[in-house]
Write a protein that binds this ligand. Structure first.
Ligand code: MG
Length: 225
């Protein structure tokens, strides 16, 4: 079983990975979103698709258009059901940054046919995630994060959690109203605009940054093959 590594060297088994679609307005527009207000897109990646820092994202031969989506990743620390957004922080184990790798050509095909996205979102190596920074290193109920993605040294995506349609706490409230969340479960909280195609040989560097003082909490380095 794959393990999430925390920056204090503690570990949790990788649990269920929940993904949120179109949680930033400008990205929703670039995807030509048809979502009505209040509707959410939820998908799941298998825990086996996790790739740790320093690992390799392997482009599968079934797709010609693998896209990067840099996202804030939340790790759940305690079992929970029906948590309110006011109490959601107490169930977080830590934060990291991840790439929700997506087979865009297949996702588009599945959308048009009304088919599930399981292959487009959950293929092998589709979930690279940084080391996780323990929640105790953050000020309670403050998640003023910036995320950045560099490809071969060039800045390609920048986002700020202030622009999320649903906050991290609202996502925990919603997911825990439907699913039993467990320690090691992971939430990919959605990508900002600027998605694009990956190529073999690309070097990815993603960063989770404190928006207030500009310090980097953690970064993620991944090779594309
Ligand atoms: Mg995504």
């Amino acid at each position: 079983m794959k393990k999430l590594i925390f920056t204090d060297n503690t570990e949790l088994p990788v649990g269920t990975m929940y993904g949120i679609g179109q949680n930033y307005d400008k990205h929703a527009r670039e995807m030509d979103s048809k979502l009505q207000r209040g509707e959410k897109i939820i998908f799941i990646k298998p825990s086996s698709s996790y790739v740790p820092d320093g690992g390799t994202l392997k482009l599968p031969s079934i797709s010609n258009e693998v896209h990067h989506e840099v996202e804030v990743v939340v790790v759940i620390g305690k079992e929970c059901q029906n948590v309110s957004k006011e109490n959601a922080w107490d169930y977080i184990a830590g934060f990291g940054v991840g790439i929700d790798a997506t087979l865009r050509d297949l996702q588009k095909y599945f959308k048009e046919k009304g088919l599930p996205w399981a292959i487009a979102k959950g293929f092998r190596t589709s979930a690279p995630i940084s080391k996780i920074v323990p929640v105790g290193q953050f000020v309670k109920n403050k998640n003023d994060f910036e995320i950045e993605l560099y490809i071969n040294g060039e800045l390609r995506q920048v986002g700020n959690t202030i622009d999320m349609i649903y906050s991290i706490e609202e996502l925990i409230e919603y997911l825990s109203s439907i699913y039993d969340l467990e320690p090691g479960d992971i939430i990919f909280t959605g990508t900002p605009e600027g998605i694009g195609k990956l190529n073999s040989g690309d070097k990815l560097q993603a960063k989770l940054i404190d928006y207030i003082n500009g310090n980097t909490y953690i970064d993620l380095n991944i090779n594309v093959e």
